[in-house]
Design a protein around this ligand. Sequence first.
Ligand SMILES: Cc1cc2nc3c(=O)[nH]c(=O)nc-3n(C[C@H](O)[C@H](O)[C@H](O)COP(=O)(O)O)c2cc1C
Length: 203
Amino acid sequence: MSPTTSAVARPARILGIGGTQRSSSSSNRLLRAALGSCRARGAEVELIAADQLEFSMYDPPYPGGDPAVDRYLSAVRAADCLIVATPGYHGGVSGLLKNALDFLQELAGDDRPYLDDKAVGCIVAAAGWQAAVSTLAALRSTVHALRGWPTPLGVTVNSSVPPVDPEGRVTDPHLVRQLDVLADQLTGFARRRADGASAVALA
Ligand SMILES: Cc1cc2nc3c(=O)[nH]c(=O)nc-3n(C[C@H](O)[C@H](O)[C@H](O)COP(=O)(O)O)c2cc1C
């Protein structure tokens, strides 16, 4: 079986990356719900939670030897699409997440550098709408700089209006719908990319 054919046959691989270790984090709960929605659409999903991103500060070039960094870089390389979730901290993404995104500089020399040809769903939680939206714009700018494709829909939540029930389930039907649309956009992107690769190979 050619690599192109297997790309069409296998499920889309979607990697979720969390931006905070806060136990009752809204952004993490939305991230898990979005990954669940992707799984319900037939995708294989993987989560790298914030506690797996406790790297030293990126100081290029990365000399290697940190298993957590190596696992993270491998997971990003293997993913067709990503979902990145972050709290809004003073108008931008969390420092922990930004450091992890800076480590993607290590993918600069790959055949598909950085996040090239990968759709990226962005999720932001902040204590107010203004910070949520400005942080979404900041996260999308970083994804663009990494050659990724932010999905048309980014999901923002105002955590001062709790979006989840005490068990952590997303309860707001509008938010549930938004997470489903995000999952549709990611899995659709992965499918079209695989179909496009097949069409090129057959031409
Ligand atoms: C360091 C720090 C900076 C923050 N800055 C802002 C801010 O500028 N605007 C805002 O609305 N909320 C701000 N917040 C509140 C968080 O965005 C809010 O608590 C959010 O729900 C955190 O995401 P999480 O629920 O996923 O942990 C800040 C919180 C922290 C800890």
